[in-house]
Ligand binder design. Structure first.
Ligand code: RNT
Ligand code: ZN
Length: 414
């Protein structure tokens, strides 16, 4: 018997339909971040990532332009099963030498990305204003800056991004999530914690006063607890953004590297689902801090996936990846991370959720624990391999394709 047939039979003993699990998993879109391929440098001259985020490592072969990045991404996509979207940052504008600053970027600067996304059969594009790695980040502040010119520049940038997002949504015939993350904060004890937040609130109000298609463009705000160099205070913290989003009808984006290590995004998802129609995620792996390590198939990603699947929130939770490791082959980093997310989604679809919920409600906690442990050793690999096969994606030999490309292409980038 084939490994999959055995798996199918074993899961069926627990009332789990592997066919359905494969079908449903393949239909959940995952937005793949473009910035793993070039260490968050972008194409508009901003340079290395700044604002409390950091890419470490100097593995050879970093993509330096649109051609290289899309070529690398195309290989990475071919190694990932499931429905894919592309997650872009404004700093990846294709400016072709035009002298234009971020507050005046236009949709045409992203037209080559649309073409690429279509060629790759992606289901949509998401977009992020880039409020870091730029001369107008003054004293570490952007939308909360006390300098009116600086603040106004970043408001204009975000407004420009809303229109670019409208274009991306129209071209891809799908929604576009616009996620606003700012690096604003202080290294040391602030003298005033309120005024920067009031200025951020005013900036967001101004951005949202811009007319845009609220059906197709979903705006999210991404909170954070601290960053490197901004350890003492973060303007856009969790309480600020959750209240802002709730009062203004926008969405919260939770990055699982952005909370205290004893707090779990898997636990926060259902808390927000009780109030919001949409919840956005940045899936990452923080090692001791928001280090943005490559996502692995670990406990927390499985718990996150379970909350999405067992609450039938596949259309409500917008999943994106967000990590950047420059110490290993960047295409492999993309592949490992997104394959891990896919594994977790499939894993979650293979749990006997109804039975377990009944045990919880009936306070049959002994049974719940016993069942939870038994199902951990079911032949998950058989279903995973079958999923890959049906998606036409290589199994355990995927790394060979990356190595071949490394020899032929990446090693020539000097
Ligand atoms: C930073 C945030 C943010 C960035 C990307 C590049 O801590 O996680 O999402 O990683 O926008
Ligand atoms: Zn993030």
């Amino acid at each position: 018997m084939k490994y999959y047939d055995i798996a199918k039979e074993r899961y069926a003993c627990y009332g789990i339909d592997t066919e359905r699990a494969i079908r449903e998993t393949a239909d959940i879109p995952v937005s793949v971040h473009c910035w793993q391929g070039d260490d968050v440098v972008g194409f508009d001259g901003g340079g290395a990532a700044s604002g409390g985020i950091q890419t470490t490592g100097n593995y050879p072969g970093r993509a330096r332009n649109f051609e290289e990045l899309t070529s690398d991404l195309a290989l990475a996509f071919s190694l990932m099963p499931g429905k894919k979207r592309l997650n872009l940052h404004a700093s990846y504008a294709i400016l072709n030498g035009e002298d234009v600053d971020r507050d005046a970027y236009r949709s045409e600067h992203f037209a080559p990305w649309v073409k690429f996304a279509r060629e790759q059969g992606l289901s949509g594009i998401d977009f992020n204003p880039t409020l870091f790695s730029h001369a107008n980040v003054k004293n570490g502040l952007t939308l909360s800056s006390p300098d009116e010119d600086i603040r106004a520049f970043w408001v204009r940038h975000c407004k420009a991004c809303l229109h670019i997002a409208e274009y991306l949504a129209a071209e891809m015939n799908n929604h576009c999530l616009v996620n606003i993350w700012i690096p604003d904060g202080f290294k040391d004890v602030p003298a005033d914690r309120l005024s920067p937040r009031l200025r951020l609130k005013k900036s967001l109000d101004e951005i949202l006063s811009e007319p845009f298609d609220r059906e197709k463009v979903i705006v999210a705000v991404e909170s954070k607890v601290f960053g490197i160099g901004v350890e003492s205070y973060t303007v856009g913290d969790n309480e600020f953004y959750q209240n802002y989003a709730a009062k203004n009808g926008i969405c919260c984006l939770m990055d699982n590297g952005h909370y205290h290590p004893t707090e779990y995004v898997s636990d926060k998802i259902p808390a927000l689902l009780a109030f919001y129609d949409k919840v956005a995620l940045h899936v990452t792996r923080g090692v001791r801090w928001d280090s943005d390590h490559v996502v692995l198939f670990d406990d927390e990603i499985r718990e996150i996936a379970k909350e999405i699947v067992r609450n039938n929130a596949q259309k409500k939770v917008l999943i994106a990846t967000d990590y950047f490791d420059a110490s290993i082959n960047r295409i492999a980093a993309w592949a490992v991370g997104v394959r891990s997310v896919q594994k977790a989604l499939l894993w979650a679809a293979l749990q006997p959720h109804e039975a377990m919920r009944g045990m919880q409600d009936g306070a049959r906690f002994t049974e719940l624990m016993a069942l939870g442990e038994e199902i951990k050793t079911l032949p998950f690999g058989g279903v995973w391999e079958e999923y890959l096969r049906r998606e036409n994606v290589p199994g355990e030999d995927w790394l060979g394709k990356v190595k071949e490309y490394e020899d032929k292409v990446l090693s020539r980038r000097k």
